[in-house]
Ligand binder design. Structure first.
Ligand code: ADP
Ligand code: MG
Length: 359
């Protein structure tokens, strides 16, 4: 088992004017036994980062350490990592037993009795003991994914690297496998880096999450930390569903003046001192409907969710969302007023996007 150190990692593809910087200045540490989720939009450099950690890509610069060992120049098979991909290609002509045990046969000096024992233990852990004699084509998508996981687990590696391993499964199975995977990882205590573009999955699974955008790491922290105190507007907008409501406001003394006649006088104006313009954010669950003293919004759609209603709103040219109690049920087409606690207001620098105030 190992702590992982990623130190100013940079990866470029191609040369000269054709060069693509896929990963830039990425720095983070994963504690021994920790489950870290690397999350960000498609193309932001998650897979490249993971492949560098695995040793499947040479780094352009920077260093990688597992424990005290510098692994930057070690080849993939010298690194003691097991990787699970989205397209878990199982060998079609081999049964489940051979698929799980294949890597052990190649890479270890274990006897076939020892390999059988480890394969059977792994299969039991994954609840697929009765499938050991089956061929991949006889298995469901979820069972195939378990076999792919089994192939990684059976090797008892120092590090698990998983690249969107659940994205080929349907929503229900994906939710179930998230929980199972997380429990299994905690049981095994293997340091794990898990890649996904799905922020809900990241929030649900990670001990900590690392948010990437455009090749750069934006923030690393516990899910609730990243949700409450995003370092910048990108993270605030990326994490949370429905997304945070964001708009530009002029700073007029201690008052924020925004689209559609929005006006809010800050109790604590020191946040916006020196700014002419800021970006303001309010999470959908922090929007309250009030009968007076709030700001006007037009209701476009009301979506009842059972215990709460999602309201789709417009404030001037800005679309907004509110999650309100099910007793709050305005009509589409109505104009209503909303309020919020200043505590729940997010403020960002309009130029850099850096957070000025979070929850
Ligand atoms: P993600 O996994 O977050 O979707 P990737 O790491 O796959 O992102 O890609 C990051 C960037 O690097 C993208 O712009 C992608 O086009 C580029 N890239 C990835 N792999 C290669 C490659 N082998 N050659 C050239 N460009 C690549
Ligand atoms: Mg990817």
């Amino acid at each position: 088992m190992a702590r992982i150190n990623v130190n100013t990692l940079r990866k470029e593809f191609g040369e000269g004017s054709d060069a693509v910087v896929a990963v830039e200045d990425v720095d983070f540490q994963i504690e021994d036994g920790e489950f870290l989720v690397l999350v960000g939009p498609s193309g932001c450099g998650k897979t490249t980062t993971l492949r560098c950690i695995a040793g499947l890509e040479d780094v352009t610069s920077g260093t990688l350490k597992f424990g005290d060992t510098d692994v930057t120049d070690l080849r993939a098979r010298e690194r003691d990592v097991a990787m699970v991909f989205q397209n878990y290609a199982l060998y079609p002509h081999m049964d489940v037993r051979s698929n799980i045990g294949f890597g052990l046969k190649l890479s270890t000096k274990l006897t076939s009795a020892e390999i059988d024992r480890r394969v059977e233990e792994t299969a039991a852990m994954l609840g697929i003991s009765d499938l050991l004699g089956d061929k991949p084509k006889e298995l469901s998508g979820g069972q195939q994914q378990r076999v792919a996981l089994g192939r990684a687990i059976v090797r008892e590696p120092e590090v698990f690297l998983m690249d969107e391993p659940l994205s080929n499964l349907d929503a229900k199975l994906r939710a179930q496998m998230r929980t199972e995977l997380q429990e299994l990882q905690h049981e095994l205590g293997v340091t794990t880096v898990y890649v996904t573009h799905d922020q809900t999955e990241a929030m649900a699974m990670g001990d900590r999450i690392a948010v990437m955008n455009d090749g750069r790491l934006q923030q690393v922290g516990r899910p609730e930390e990243v949700y409450r105190s995003p370092t910048n507007e990108f993270v605030a907008n990326f994490i949370g569903s429905p997304s945070i409501n964001l708009f530009t406001a002029e700073v007029n003394g201690d008052t924020l003046v925004g689209p559609g006649g929005f006006s809010y006088t800050l109790e604590n104006p020191s946040y916006v001192e020196g700014y002419d313009r800021i970006r303001a954010g309010i999470r959908p669950e922090d929007m309250r409907l009030v009968s007076e003293g709030g700001n006007n919004v037009d209701v476009t759609v009301v979506e009842p969710m059972g215990n709460e209603n999602f309201l789709y709103l417009t404030m001037g040219d800005i679309d907004m969302t509110a999650r309100v109690d099910s007793s709050m049920r305005p009509q589409a087409g109505e104009t209503v007023q909303f309020a919020f606690d200043e505590d729940a207001l997010y403020l960002f620098d309009a130029e850099s996007g850096d957070a000025i105030k979070t929850k």
